[in-house]
Design a protein. Structure first.
Length: 405
């Protein structure tokens, strides 16, 4: 199937951006009528003059109507995916990510030339997410190729992200390939141990956030650990305690770990025991972070190091204004709770809030809190989450380390 772009709309493809929106295409009526049958199929994208621009997957339900597999006139087949997967694996090898952890991102969607695919490695098990019509079409082929990778015992599928609904896809979870003897303690929670910077974590690949763990924060957890010695630490939106464990392992005086999920906090407590860390130095508190930060302010509590790692407030730029208010709120309160000389580590994983806007939000929060602060480091996602120069949307994680003067 061939799809022609409207005049002037081919510019993004010429810049090698991999997305083509529905509004950019000239789509004949016969293709519209058969759109359902075309879901996930490979299409040629042509300039208004008929020149070949790219080969892409077609999604009839999404506003992102086509996602580019390749800008070359080459077959998109099993060997194409084998080549892409091999390149992704070789890149992680060159980056030596396994020297820090046995859990890391193996395939990072568009930035590895495989839009719609996310594959995370947890030891000898892979967790795969398919989020687009194209990745769904080729999922079986990709899974078969991945099973050839050395040491892989099984692939567990976590194709349950909300974005699948925009693609006309239903959520799918479960074992995709191989056999997986999960250590099931309860009906709702499965143990799966990993190692990161010599620390151990039990994760839940079946029900946990993302694919079970926030692998993109690996280097940042290590950095926060280095800053934690002899400090009273407040870890907000702590999930299963990645930052808390690193802080305590590096000599934090105390850690207060706050999250709204009782199950996540239960795993945090187990991770403390798994690493033989002093449980009495950590306090786990279930509750709403926004409310608790206000409560701490009213109680005149203070901390030496505060970590803000909230969920995605703005998935798209349309949500940016509302998200900005939420980011400013928690950062303002954090600055008020921070002792002079204390450190704020603040993150945004929202695609709709870029790095420049996020810095402005944190600066505005400091201004309204009546404090002076200095940025001493900028943080981002780990090297196993690369960003294509042609796909800036891949740089979703922004972080600032600020010192309160």
């Amino acid at each position: 199937m061939k799809l022609t772009l409207k005049p002037g709309r081919e510019k993004s493809l010429l810049r090698r951006h991999p997305w083509v929106f529905a509004s950019a295409l000239q789509i004949p009526d016969d293709i519209l009528r058969s759109a359902q049958d075309a879901s996930g199929l490979t299409v040629d994208l042509l300039a208004p003059g008929g020149q070949f621009l790219a080969r892409a997957s077609y999604s009839p339900h999404s506003q992102i109507r086509a996602r580019v597999w390749t800008f070359e006139d080459e077959p998109v087949d099993a060997e194409f995916f084998r080549k892409k997967i091999k390149a992704a694996i070789e890149l992680r090898g060159k980056l030596k990510v396994e020297s820090d952890s046995d859990a890391y991102r193996l395939i990072h969607s568009e930035s590895d030339g495989l839009p719609g695919f996310v594959v995370d490695r947890y030891g000898d098990v892979l967790v795969l997410q398919s989020s687009t019509a194209g990745s769904e079409f080729w999922k079986g082929t990709v899974a078969d190729i991945l099973m050839e990778e050395k040491g892989i015992r099984a692939i567990y599928e976590r194709s349950d992200a909300d974005v699948r609904e925009l693609e006309g896809l239903k959520p799918i979870t479960g074992i995709l390939r191989g056999e997986l003897a999960l250590f099931q303690r309860e009906a709702s929670l499965w143990d799966f141990p990993i190692t990161e910077h010599d620390l151990k974590f039990n994760i839940d690949i079946a029900h946990g956030h993302k694919t079970g763990f926030y692998l993109d924060q690996r280097a940042n957890r290590h950095r926060v650990g280095e800053l934690s010695k002899d400090r009273d630490v407040l870890n907000c939106f702590c999930y299963t305690g990645g930052f808390s464990i690193h802080a305590l392992a590096n000599g934090a005086k105390s850690v207060l770990s706050v999250d709204s999920s009782a199950e996540a906090l239960k795993l945090l407590e187990e991770n403390l025991a798994l690493n033989n860390l002093p449980a009495e130095k950590n306090t786990s508190l279930e509750g709403d972070v926004f409310q608790l930060l206000r409560k701490f302010r009213d109680e005149a509590r203070s901390f030496d190091l505060i970590i803000l790692d909230p969920p995605k407030f703005a998935p798209t730029s349309a949500h940016a204004e509302k998200a900005s208010r939420a980011y400013k709120d928690i950062n303002l309160l954090a600055f008020k709770l921070l002792r002079v000389g204390g450190i704020l580590v603040s993150f945004s994983c929202s695609g709709g809030v870029d790095a420049a806007l996020f810095q402005k939000i944190v600066a505005s929060a400091a201004l309204d809190a009546g404090v002076e602060a200095t940025i001493i480091e900028h943080l981002s996602q780990g090297v196993d989450h690369p960003v294509s120069l042609h796909f800036p949307e891949g740089a979703y994680l922004k972080g600032l380390i600020c010192v309160k003067n």
